[in-house]
Design a protein around this ligand. Sequence first.
Ligand SMILES: NC(=O)c1ccc[n+]([C@@H]2O[C@H](COP(=O)([O-])OP(=O)(O)OC[C@H]3O[C@@H](n4cnc5c(N)ncnc54)[C@H](O)[C@@H]3O)[C@@H](O)[C@H]2O)c1
Ligand SMILES: [Zn+2]
Length: 339
Amino acid sequence: MLKNILIQSGSLKKLGTIMDLTQYTQIVIFTDKNVAQYWLDTLQSNFEKPAPVLTIKVGEKEKNLQTVEKLWKFFQENKCDRNSLLINLGGGVVTDMGAFAASTFMRGISFINIPTTLLSQVDASVGGKTGFNFGDVKNLIGTFTEAEKVIIDPETLSTLPAREYRSGWGEIIKHGLIADKAYFELLKTAPGSDIEKIIQRSCELKSGVVTKDATEKSYRKILNFGHTLGHSVEILSEGKILHGEAIAIGMMGEAFISKELGYLTDTDLKTIQKTIEKFQLPTKTSGISKKDILAKITTDKKNKGEEVRWVLLEKIGKAMVDQSVPEEVVKKAIDFILE
Ligand SMILES: NC(=O)c1ccc[n+]([C@@H]2O[C@H](COP(=O)([O-])OP(=O)(O)OC[C@H]3O[C@@H](n4cnc5c(N)ncnc54)[C@H](O)[C@@H]3O)[C@@H](O)[C@H]2O)c1
Ligand SMILES: [Zn+2]
């Protein structure tokens, strides 16, 4: 069912048997320092002689035009042409930016993504969004370009710091809440169930949503559940809160709004909270002011014009997009997520 996505333990070391690596004029690798330390040798073992590598420093701060320029230079210096291949090995920072550089170099060269964080395996690797941050706006510049292949090797998660791993579950819980009640029920009762199956289901869900609306005209926005408040909290925390953690908090706030407007019950809200807590993700935050969160929400690029449009839950397992919410309710929701 999942076109172009392979989820298989041990696939990184078997890349050469999964795809024909001899068909390209050149193969180059893009990664970051952490990932290189653990997984680059495994990837290189697929080649007779090591492929050229561009390794960048770690973190969201590197997701900028300067790094993209380094990538273009790296392609040029290594004589990449339209029959060459870029392999992006890393989390969402690496896959988003590598994909962008490949999608624009010589009007587009082939690339594959090998996502190595849980977040990038269940989210960033599906849907074809590429890009980097510009000015102080996240992912302002980008393209919609699908990777030739996405190879997910759950073994790579073994070296991921525990907090990064937990953060990935924020998006997984979101997938259940917005589109699949049974999946949410499964998560609720069995955290820590078979990770390969979880990645598979989350990729299927995201891919199903994206297929219906590839360029985010409307339906795809359900994936932004938890992100209006969550994104604001993430930015205002200045790096202290990870994306998945912020989304967990955001989902609590937006579920609260859904309850206030009569869609969810008190019990639903409690169930969502318990589930998020089960995965040791936060449901509240502190040290940020209500005023700042309100101000941030209105500058969120995802919103049209002045009026903020929300993704709410009609019920557990079904989201609705483009909802307007009275300001008093928004304020109450912010109080709800502030400690
Ligand atoms: N394209 C999309 O649709 C989409 C969706 C969601 C997020 N994103 C983007 O993804 C980025 C966040 O992704 P992320 O959470 O993967 O961040 P990341 O790439 O910064 O990785 C998180 C941290 O984990 C380290 N790491 C990665 N894999 C590791 C491994 N196997 N072992 C040890 N350490 C490892 C990295 O070096 C980094 O320190 C953001 O820039 C976001 O905008 C894109
Ligand atoms: Zn997200």
